[in-house]
Write a protein that binds this ligand. Structure first.
Ligand code: XIL
Length: 403
């Protein structure tokens, strides 16, 4: 209003000047009489008639409503399961060792009743030189497990990888190779046999080649032929007559040539009365591979042989297309569904007396071997780096609780 008023006064003054000038220049000698006009308040500029507000056009929904993050309600996986629920742990001097990491200890005690040493019970660690067995780190882990009510799944005795160079380069006759391998197994299995904490072993790991299902040409095969398998299981059973003995491998759940080769190998051994209690499915899988029906079919074939099924190293990759730089909610939910599907397949297909258990291969995504192994970002496990639970944890719980 102030602006309007000032403008009006200026306009009035201007018209006065115009009038004066006119009067002054008329040539008429009479004194111009100027009767000042009463300063009238300018009539208020009428407010524009309020136009009726247009009916608002609804804004087009630009972004889809973000999916709400489903709540994670699980408090204990192992309480939901009637079979062992395990996890691979770092131990020894590792920064993420279960012996020193209180965050990891809390997770393990809440959710798991079995642990596998991710590395420290492999041949290179426990048998670093021909006449040296090194049990310090493994004993520390086994003692930790015993004190915390956890069983230990022993991993692993006979493998082509993570064996000490003395073993790879061992030179001897077949009989010496046999003695060397049998002593290795007898000593290690015997060391843990009386504790009732180490309840099972992956006696032989990854003996089948990827391409054709035939025996992998490992140092064991090259030096002992296929007999090394029977020797290994026989020695393990002799050293501990109540530990469960597994054959463990990856890519078996694809239900293809590799599983066919592994089961033929195991059936031959069973036919010769070699003690094998079950098949360890590592199950380093992805959100999309293998298909659910292949996983079920693979479990079924092992069940049909009367053998136990143990999922030994479960993790689920989400970044196979290498387009994620962070774990999106969408990928996390797909991963959770995958975990749920696998646990449901396990419960549906494997009867209770053949369930060797389900173990995941690490605690947090930061602990996982996957980024290194795949050479890309991955988030394959059940917990975030800050120990918070992921949707995948709920997926496993849902798989354990579905009817
Ligand atoms: C992996 C560990 O997770 C890594 O830390 C290590 O560097 C290599 O071995 N199959 C197995 C496991 O049987 O022992 C492997 O563990 C993963 C694949």
């Amino acid at each position: 209003m102030m602006v309007v008023r000032i403008f009006a006064s200026v306009a009035l003054a201007a018209s006065f000047l115009v009038l004066s000038a006119c009067g002054g220049g008329s040539g008429d000698n009479s004194v111009p009489v100027f009767t000042p006009q009463p300063t009238a308040e300018p009539s208020p500029t009428p407010e524009p008639a309020a136009t009726p507000a247009p009916t608002p056009t609804p804004e087009p929904t630009a972004e889809p409503t973000p999916e709400p993050t489903p709540e994670i309600t699980v408090t204990s996986l192992s309480e939901l399961a009637d079979f062992p629920i395990g996890v691979a742990v770092a131990a020894g001097g590792a920064g993420n060792s279960i012996i020193t990491s209180t965050g990891r200890q809390a997770i393990v005690s809440a959710h798991f009743d079995q642990v596998t040493a991710e590395n420290i019970m492999k041949p290179a660690y426990m048998h670093p030189a021909e006449s040296t067995y090194s049990y310090g780190q493994a004993d520390e882990l086994v003692n930790y497990a015993a004190a915390n009510g956890l069983a230990v799944h022993g991993h692993t005795l006979v493998w082509h990888s993570q064996i000490a160079s003395w073993m790879t380069n061992y030179s001897g006759t077949p009989a010496q190779w046999q003695t060397m391998m049998e002593s290795h197994i007898t000593n290690i299995v015997g060391h843990f046999a009386d504790d009732d904490v180490v309840v099972s072993w992956d006696v032989v790991n990854e003996a089948i080649s990827d391409s054709n299902g035939a025996l992998r040409e490992s140092v064991w095969y090259e030096n002992l032929g296929e007999d090394y398998l029977a020797m290994a299981y026989t020695a393990a059973r002799a050293a501990d007559d109540d530990a469960l003995l597994f054959y463990n491998d990856y890519n078996l759940s694809g239900n293809g040539t590799k599983l066919t080769g592994a089961l033929a190998m195991v059936q031959n051994l069973l036919d010769d009365d070699v003690p094998i209690d079950g098949i360890g499915f590592q199950m380093h899988v992805s959100s999309g591979w293998p298909t659910n029906s292949d996983i079920r079919g693979a479990f079924q074939r092992v069940v049909d042989m009367g053998l136990r099924v143990k999922i030994t190293e479960l993790d689920v990759t989400v970044n196979d297309n290498e387009n994620l730089t962070e774990l999106t909610l969408e990928a996390e939910i797909a991963q959770a569904a995958r975990y749920q599907q696998i646990v449901e397949a396990y419960r549906d297909v494997v009867p209770a007396h053949l369930r060797g258990g389900v173990s995941v291969w690490g605690i947090t995504d930061g602990d996982s071997w996957l980024p290194n192994f795949k050479g890309r970002d991955e988030w394959g496990l059940l917990f975030n780096d800050n120990f918070s639970p992921k949707q995948a944890l709920q997926g496993v719980a849902d798989g354990l609780s579905s009817p």
